[in-house]
Structures are given as structure tokens and as C-alpha cells.
Design a protein. Structure first.
Length: 105
């Protein structure tokens, strides 16, 4: 299992810069339709994929979905976390940090 974080910035000529949510929703829809566990945060979408290859294909399809929705250009940033010594579970990662902070924010 790998954890991938990505965000897309749709460039839509003539559209207000703050109206990106419908395009981002199209990108996230791709992840959801693949059945991957995901979390949408204010800064990115984080999801678990079975492999790096499958995760990157999903991100490529997400970018294509944003283009299909009408963006003239898409800027995407991708981070991939691969661990081979034990399974990665995206919920455990922040939980462990919060435990070290005394159980909460």
C-alpha cells in the first residue's frame, strides 16, 4: 500500500480564481470511483493505493478529468509515500503525531 497526496490547480480562462472546487471535485471523483480510501484536506487530497503505478495512474486520470471538465491547463503536485517494512495506513500517520503531542491538538 502507498499513500499519495496530490492537489490540482485548474487554470480556466475567464473564471474567477476562487471557483476551483467543482474542478477539484472532478479530480477527487476519480479516486472515489476507484474505491480508494481518501481524505480531502484544505491543501490536498490524500489517498491509499495498492501500488505506486496504480496511484500515479489515478492521479493522471484525475488531471484528465479536470481538463475534461473545462480547464485549459492543470498544475498538479504529487507526493508519494512508499514503505516496504510494514503497511502504511494514512489514519495512523497523524494519530501517532497527535499521541506524541499528548493526545490532541
Amino acid at each position: 500500500m502507498v499513500v499519495i497526496s496530490f492537489y490540482v490547480v485548474p487554470i480556466v480562462p475567464g473564471a474567477p480564481a476562487a471557483s476551483a472546487s467543482s474542478y477539484v471535485a472532478e479530480a477527487v471523483r476519480v479516486i472515489k470511483e476507484r474505491g480508494y480510501k481518501f481524505v480531502v484536506t484544505p491543501a490536498s487530497t490524500v489517498f491509499e493505493a495498492p501500488s505506486v503505478r496504480e496511484g500515479l495512474v489515478a492521479v493522471a486520470e484525475a488531471v484528465e478529468a479536470v481538463l475534461k471538465a473545462g480547464a485549459a491547463r492543470v498544475i498538479a503536485e504529487i507526493k508519494v509515500d512508499v514503505r516496504v517494512d510494514k503497511p502504511l495506513v494514512m489514519e495512523e500517520m497523524p494519530r501517532k503525531v497527535l499521541e506524541k503531542l499528548g493526545g490532541g491538538l
